[in-house]
Design a binder for this molecule. Structure first.
Ligand SMILES: Nc1ncnc2c1ncn2[C@@H]1O[C@H](COP(=O)(O)OP(=O)(O)OP(=O)(O)O)[C@@H](O)[C@H]1O
Ligand SMILES: [Mg+2]
Length: 253
């Protein structure tokens, strides 16, 4: 079987708590279970990727970006074939340190350029962004080829997504690149709640076929991350497990 080209997908919404981290971890682990090799890059100083997967690393993204540690020093394998570059609070200092650097929006791309030498057969890189328009978020867009936007079923989340689109336009113009919108994921969908149905239909009117099937509200996701498990380890037949599987099949046929 021929190796497909590496896909680099950033997950972004400038509103907090729209399920960016949950989406990255769930889709990444779903792909791994289907035989793919995946890397998650955590660009958020909250460090939720490591916490949710129950893993720690001696070195992480801060060491790679600021302290010039090698990429192989900073990578960990959280599950077989699921690799991570983790973040922690130290990453918060990155913003201030990066401000003074030349071409500061391209640092992540430069520091990850050796990835293909470490893994010839990597299938996907996911970048879990923080809910802010930071230098690190700009780095994600400069490095990525595709963008995934989780939108929770409320008005502010749609506003946060609009800001992502506005910023995307600026990045595309300035860096003369085009990012593909891989998809918009309606999250925390609850069919009993009018607001959910209203926001979903507004998204479908506005973005048409870019809107992926919704992820239903499911407390098992919270329980899974407290147990340091992905939804597929915790309960693959749960609503969220089934919904993320369907999304995964649409995004990675
Ligand atoms: N479909 C869902 N149903 C119920 N709870 C969910 C769902 N998706 C995510 N959650 C829970 O909501 C919380 C926020 O999710 P998550 O951390 O993925 O959001 P985020 O967008 O990454 O947040 P931040 O902006 O802070 O990085 C977590 O506790 C997660 O377990
Ligand atoms: Mg997050």
């Amino acid at each position: 079987m021929t190796q497909q080209p590496l896909r680099i997908v950033a997950c972004q919404n400038f509103k907090g708590g729209t399920a960016k981290t949950t989406t990255v971890i769930s889709i990444a682990h779903c792909l791994v279970r289907h035989g793919k090799k995946v890397l998650i890059v955590d660009l958020d100083a909250q460090g939720s990727v490591g916490v949710s997967l129950g893993v720690e690393a001696e070195y992480g993204l801060y060491d790679l970006l600021i302290d010039n540690r090698t990429l192989s020093d900073c990578l960990i394998e959280a599950r077989p074939n699921l690799f991570c570059l983790l973040a922690d609070q130290s990453l918060a200092a990155c913003e201030t340190l990066l401000v003074a650097q030349p071409r500061r929006e391209e640092i992540l791309k430069r520091r990850l350029s050796g990835l293909s030498e470490i893994f010839a057969d990597l299938d996907v890189v996911f970048i879990d962004c923080s809910p802010s328009l930071s230098i690190l978020s700009q780095n994600a867009l400069v490095y990525a080829d595709e963008l995934l936007i989780p939108i929770s079923m409320d008005y502010l989340s749609m506003v946060g997504a609009n800001h992502v689109f506005d910023n995307l336009g600026m990045i595309e113009e300035y860096f003369e690149k085009k990012l593909k919108i891989a998809g918009i994921i309606p999250t925390f969908f609850d069919k009993r709640v009018n607001m959910s149905k209203e926001v979903l239909s507004a998204l479908q009117d506005r973005y048409g076929s870019l809107v992926l099937p919704p992820v239903r509200i499911d407390t098992k996701l919270k329980q899974a991350s407290s147990a340091r498990k992905t939804i597929f380890e915790f309960n693959e037949k749960s609503r969220a497990g089934l919904d993320y599987l369907q999304i995964c099949e649409e995004l990675f046929p």
